[in-house]
Design a protein around this ligand. Structure first.
Ligand SMILES: Nc1ncnc2c1ncn2[C@@H]1O[C@H](COP(=O)(O)OP(=O)(O)OP(=O)(O)O)[C@@H](O)[C@H]1O
Ligand SMILES: [Mg+2]
Length: 760
């Protein structure tokens, strides 16, 4: 037990082996006990140090150089007669354990420290020093040199006598340090990358300035340029003021500022709007009609209505009535795909001498798509409407709002609300894009909307539309379109000259009937394309010398076997199948309702993805047939122990609506009476429990489909009779229409006489 002078060290730890220079008075002692302390808390372990030298410290009196020798645990302390604090202490030099116990930890410690030194950029001296230390305990103590270890960590090391424990502790502390350094390095690297980028930009800008100077453009030329552009843009006052405000802000900011580039983008967009530009509006209805006729075959009604619409605008313009939206609602073209809606929109633009821009709305769910994002968003841009104006380059283009029926709505807002603001005639016709944040006057824009179906157009929007329906083409119309437009276009597309290929209307008609089944003409154009590609190949390969006359054999050769044939006769050959007519998103279609009976408990099974309304129709149909069994000549017990299955192909396509009602009754009645349905007849109509036949929608499309499918008779509800006027006469003249009021009329017309069934 030694009694040594105690030297308290404020927040400093001196380890054994460590040299230190302290400005303390040690009297005549050559050994002292160094005890770390923080506030009034002393460590429980001190280090015995040997005084190697007494030195004069610059301006701070005397000091001593010492070197730590070994740890010592502290006993009681008291002041001696000179007032010097002395402590009893017990020397605790390191008990180095067998190397096997420490080897692993030592290796790890050295490795970690190596990495730390690597990150710190050590010049090799510290590494050499650490390498020179061979004893495990001393090695752990080298952690005491680390500037990053906290005081309490150092005290913890000091107080750990057990060498293995101490080494583990040192490894843990150094690991922590290493992790920290690594993170710091990563951050530093990132920052460096960023600054390098900034510096790059800065230098580039400087170079640009220099080049500009060289070219004689003085410094403020960007600002000047913008000022000129703004002055010449013909903006409305409010907009011009806004632009100038932003430009001033830009000027004050200096070009290298990050926000400055955002302001420039904004100004560029403001200038991209063609504020003062408009094309000469040509409102001559005769000319318009001429252009529409040039571009499109048929479509009499559509062309007439468009011409009328333009005539009204012309009249208003001539009489000096202000052009507001109030003067006309939005023209909306509704019809199946490929019927020429988009292309007639382009024709309207051509006819009126305006620019044409198509804005596809299909699948838009975000209001910001239309209205833009506020400038506070990073990467904000104006909405589609502003972009459409930019693309048009004039303030009075025809903007086609394509596929308004496919606008969705979700949590990102309702795009149709933004559309409404654009289109509502009752509003003042100013529109505010979130990004530009200025009033845009859209009163000169001619909006034309298109849709495949009317039911999914948002109600408030639909209210403001003037609907023009495209119902699809007859075979003769399609043939004429092919002859006048599709054929010449495809001839040219396939690199052929008009005099090199020819064909007849009969051949074109064959392509229409045997290779396409659609309301529009897209597939027809594709088939003609295939046909002409093959022809072009034959000419190019020297197989055949031009001119080539494309005949039916060539069609068969190029397009293969007919894709469509008149299947009604085959399908309705057995009792229980009736031919219905329907309207889907792609136009009119025929569908075969099938009924079958099987053992069961008298229920009804429905398949084919039927909607609720259609299911109810089926139930009504079955109830009707059951309750009129005797009139229909059905055996009372026909359904005992059996159930009826009604299927509507194609099974994968969902369908709904009440208009298959009479078709279902007919199918079930046919099944139970064993009288097949006449194969030339198609039908459509809703049915009530009392057997009344109610009117349905889309008659024209249904009749066109029936005609295309080779049917010659159609059963039509009495109240739909006026709709027959819409059916093109060339179809009407080839069809026999049966006007009915009740289901017994339907059954009398549709079912084959019973003798046949008996014979069958
Ligand atoms: N009556 C017509 N006369 C001449 N060409 C036509 C006629 N109808 C359609 N076409 C041509 O058919 C092609 C398809 O028409 P378009 O793209 O306008 O169809 P759409 O009705 O807009 O279809 P969707 O609903 O799928 O957008 C166009 O190339 C168009 O020129
Ligand atoms: Mg279209």
């Amino acid at each position: 037990m030694n009694r040594l002078r105690m030297i308290p060290l404020d927040e400093t730890v001196v380890f054994p082996g460590m040299p230190a220079t302290l400005s303390v008075d040690v009297g005549a002692d050559d050994r002292v006990l160094l005890v770390p302390k923080q506030d009034q808390n002393y460590a429980r372990v001190g280090v015995v140090a040997e005084v190697s030298e007494r030195v004069r410290l610059a301006g701070r009196g005397v000091g001593v150089s010492l070197i730590g020798l070994h740890r010592a645990s502290l006993g009681s302390a008291s002041a001696d007669q000179d007032g010097v604090l002395r402590v009893d202490s017990e020397a605790r030099p390191d008990q180095n354990p067998a190397p096997a116990l420490t080897r692993e930890h030592e290796r790890e410690y050295r490795a970690v420290v190596d990495e730390i030194l690597e990150l710190r950029g050590d010049d090799g001296r510290i590494r050499a020093f650490v390498r020179s230390i061979t004893e495990a305990g001393a090695l752990a103590d080298t952690a005491g040199y680390s500037p990053d270890l906290s005081f309490s960590q150092k005290v913890q090391l000091l107080e750990t006598f057990d060498v293995v424990e101490r080494l583990k502790l040192a490894v843990a502390f150094q690991r922590e340090r290493l992790a920290e350094l690594q993170v710091r390095k990563r951050i530093r690297d990132d920052v460096e990358d960023g600054t390098q980028q900034q510096q790059r930009e800065y230098f580039l800008r400087r170079q640009m300035d220099a080049i500009r100077k060289e070219l004689g453009e003085h410094d403020g030329s960007i600002v000047e340029e913008y000022r000129n552009k703004i002055a010449q843009a013909g903006m409305p006052d409010g907009v011009r003021q806004q632009a100038e405000r932003e430009l001033d802000r830009f000027e004050r900011m200096g070009e290298s500022n990050a926000e400055a580039s955002m302001i420039r983008t904004y100004l560029d967009w403001l200038l991209a709007v063609p504020w003062a530009k408009r094309s000469e509006d040509r409102l001559d209805p005769t000319h318009a009609r001429q252009v529409l006729d040039e571009d499109h075959e048929g479509l009499e009604d559509v062309k007439r209505r468009i011409t009328e619409y333009l005539a009204v605008r012309k009249l208003r313009a001539e009489r000096g009535m202000a052009e507001t939206r109030r003067s006309g609602v939005i023209l909306t073209l509704i019809g199946p795909p490929g019927t020429g809606k988009t292309s007639i929109g382009e024709s309207i633009a051509r006819a009126t001498g305006r620019q044409f821009v198509r804005m596809s709305l299909g699948g838009i769910r975000d209001e910001a798509e239309i209205r833009g994002h506020r400038r506070t968003y990073i990467g904000a841009l104006p909405g589609r409407l502003v972009r459409a104006l930019r693309d048009a380059g004039t303030m009075n283009p025809v903007i086609m709002l394509d596929e308004v029926d496919k606008v969705g709505a979700d949590w990102r807002g309702d795009p149709s609300a933004a559309l409404l603001e654009v289109l509502d005639p009752a509003q003042n016709h100013s529109f505010r894009d979130h990004y530009l944040d200025v009033e845009l006057d859209l009163s000169q824009v001619l909006f034309v909307a298109t849709a495949n179906v009317a039911d999914t157009i948002p109600g408030p929007l639909f209210d403001r539309m003037e609907v023009i329906r495209f119902d699809g083409y007859t075979t003769a119309e399609k043939t004429a379109i092919a002859r006048g437009h599709l054929w010449p276009r495809q001839v040219e597309r396939n690199g052929l000259r008009p005099d090199e290929v020819s064909t007849t209307d009969a051949v074109l008609r064959r392509v229409v009937t045997d290779y396409t089944r659609e309301a529009g003409v897209r597939q027809l154009e594709r088939e003609l394309g295939t046909l002409l590609r093959k022809t072009a190949t034959r000419i190019a390969s020297g197989d055949h010398a031009a001119p080539i006359a494309v005949d039916e054999a060539a069609v068969r050769d190029a397009l293969g076997r007919p894709k469509f044939f008149q299947e009604a006769a085959i399908r309705t050959a057995v009792p229980g199948v009736a031919t219905g007519l329907a309207v889907t998103g792609v136009g009119g279609d025929v569908l075969f309702v099938e009924a079958a009976a099987m053992p069961g408990k008298g229920g009804l099974v429905l398949t084919g993805q039927l909607g609720d309304v259609m299911k109810e129709s089926a139930r009504i149909a079955l109830t009707y047939v059951k309750s009129h069994a005797s009139e229909l000549g059905i055996d009372e017990h026909a359904l005992d122990g059996r159930e009826v299955h009604v299927h509507v192909p194609a099974g994968a396509i969902p369908k709904d609506g009440p208009s298959a009602g009479i078709t279902m009754v007919t199918a079930i009645a046919s099944l139970l009476t064993r009288r097949p349905v006449r194969s030339t007849i198609g039908m459509t109509g809703e049915v009530t429990l009392q057997g009344r036949v109610l009117p349905i929608g889309g008659l024209k499309q249904k009749v066109l489909a029936a005609h295309a499918a080779g049917l010659t008779e159609v059963i039509v509800p009495e109240r739909n009779q006026p709709d027959l006027d819409d059916v093109p006469s060339e179809v009407r003249d080839h069809m026999l229409f049966h006007i009915v009021r009740s289901i017994d009329q339907v059954l009398a017309l549709a079912l084959e006489p019973s003798q046949l069934a008996v014979a069958a």
